[in-house]
Design a protein around this ligand. Structure first.
Ligand SMILES: Cc1cn([C@H]2C[C@H](O)[C@@H](COP(=O)(O)OP(=O)(O)OP(=O)(O)O)O2)c(=O)[nH]c1=O
Length: 192
């Protein structure tokens, strides 16, 4: 069976991670409303949003296997998505400084009437971030388009003192579980 994978995501990280694992794919991202009504656990929220992103694309490409994901940072009962301004990014990082938060990523795979949905959570502990370093970080713009306002894979690594769980879940795609899930849709790494 020759299956092709469509990544329903504009996240450069998710593309990079699939490329790193030699998974062949193309990209078709759609703009979905990422607002949620009512109370949801973080894992419910990321699964709901990942599924919403996948459905929006799967309707247009029923023959392809569609992969979508969503990442949310959770701290003291608050869900932190992507900051919309420098001030919001600053507030988020101030709240995350010198404490532990969790990062959850939900993944949805869809093809016609077959679907698979899962989430994974990693705990991240941050060191105390000085006002001076915070200001310098905000000026780099790295916080843009990142849940919680930092990127563990780049300069944001300097804030992280410990992680418990899967690193790639923080970057936006739990790799091992995603590769296992893709295998059930007959999609495999092409290593040679
Ligand atoms: C915490 C953290 C998040 N992120 C990123 C992963 C996700 O791209 C982003 C969370 O936003 P998402 O809404 O999950 O994804 P996105 O808007 O970037 O892309 P799309 O909806 O099209 O799939 O935050 C990092 O890159 N590094 C980190 O350390």
């Amino acid at each position: 069976m020759n299956q092709s994978l469509l990544l329903a995501s504009s996240s450069p990280r998710r593309s990079e991670l699939l490329k790193q694992c030699h998974i062949p794919f193309s990209v078709y991202a759609s703009d979905v409303d990422e607002s949620l009504n009512g109370d949801h656990s973080t894992e419910e929220a990321v699964c709901t949003l990942a599924k919403r992103k996948a459905v929006a694309v799967a309707n247009q490409f029923p023959d392809q296997v569609v992969l979508a994901a969503d990442t949310i940072v959770s701290h003291n009962g608050c869900h932190l998505g992507k900051p919309q301004s420098k001030q919001e990014a600053k507030n988020m990082l101030r709240s995350l400084s010198a404490s532990t938060h969790s990062v959850s990523t939900g993944v949805a795979l869809l093809q016609r009437d077959k679907s698979l949905l899962f989430s994974q959570t990693t705990n991240v502990t941050m060191t105390s971030i000085s006002d001076e370093l915070l200001q310098q970080y905000i000026e780099t713009d790295e916080w843009r388009d990142k849940a919680g306002g930092y990127g563990i894979q780049s300069l944001g690594a300097m804030f992280v003192s410990e992680i418990k769980g899967d690193y790639y879940t923080v970057v936006g795609l739990p790799l091992v579980r995603t590769i296992q899930a893709l295998a059930t849709f007959h999609i495999f790494p092409k290593i040679s």
